[in-house]
Design a protein around this ligand. Sequence first.
Ligand SMILES: *Cc1c(COP(=O)(O)O)cnc(C)c1O
Length: 398
Amino acid sequence: MKKDTKLNTTLDTKLVNAGRHKKFTGSAVNPSLVRASTIVFDSVAEMSEAARGRDDGVAYYGRRGTSTTFALSQAMIDLENAAGCYVYSCGTAAITSCLLSFLSAGDHLLMVDSVYEPTREFVDETLTRLQIETDYYNPLLGADIEHLIKSNTKVIFMESPGSLTMEVQDVPAISRVASAHGLVTMIDNTYATPFNFRPLDSGVDISIHSATKYLSGHSDVMLGVASANERTWRQLQKNSYQLGQCASVDDCYTTLRGLRTLPVRMRQHSENALKLASWLSSHSLVDHVRHPALPTCPGHESYSADFSGGNGLFSFVLKEFNTDALTKMLDSFSYFKLGFSWGGYESLVLSATHFSKRRTATDWHATGHLVRLHVGLEDFEDLQADLATGLNTFQDNL
Ligand SMILES: *Cc1c(COP(=O)(O)O)cnc(C)c1O
């Protein structure tokens, strides 16, 4: 599919219009929901013609997607200035398929140490079994990553900010080094979304999102997308297809619906989260806050340089900690519900005790116990009161 050059406009406008072509929507505002396994053809000639266009958005067989899937791909292509976008059943499927599409036995992968835990498990188990070698690197390495490149290095994988600990990476610097060495770069851009950072514009080859999070935005969809540049698109497309990757058209539809309100949601998440983060920064129980917009977050300078805004996700580190006090605090919240994932309209909380603290290139848990918040669209005062009550409960049980 081609980039829509008419959409050279502000992001708010782009998010309303991206992918809304008549061929996907008919005469409606939203794309038609086309559920299909089999596509039927009236003639051999028609079938042959579809075969010729099947890699470029012509319906051919359900696994390759229908016009509903293509509407989502086109929207992401427009938003990320990509050559193509593949849609997967979840973010994890997108990540594993991107890695498998470009790595072979004997290759070396540079993986950021602050990566999302399931990505790390896939690397340590599946990629290791396939004889792909990995070195984890400090997320705060910029151009110095060059020293870690070996003769068999093939891919550099980034995730910025890092899962849970929120270190922001110098993506343009790493991409420049990778490009000079002819490596393929991939980034898990789930935090930023194309609204706040467009990796391909900074020289990254492939931008991956768990659409489960802000893109769909309502905690009711599992979906993943990977947008690739000219250099990498065809290989990613071919290998992802061979791996049998496909997605439900209902989930594509729901994600497109969520996408239209991304800017309004992001602004509100971001405003609420920044106010709470600032308030927590001066709270007597809090050691420091890891919100990319605050100087206490590692990599804050990269955030200021590269991102156009934030969202509802950040972490804070408690000065003191015991399990009983923490449990009572987590149990006491009314609005901050305990739950995995984030990016929906509702507030969530997770304590680092729920995660493996496995790191090999860095040691972060020396600083104290970390709590991650996803700040939803509720009223700020209600959320602040909820946190204040929880922290009082924590203090009473220390
Ligand atoms: C949730 C998440 C994923 C995985 O996405 P799923 O859709 O749950 O498979 C990957 N990366 C990050 C940063 C995430 O937060």
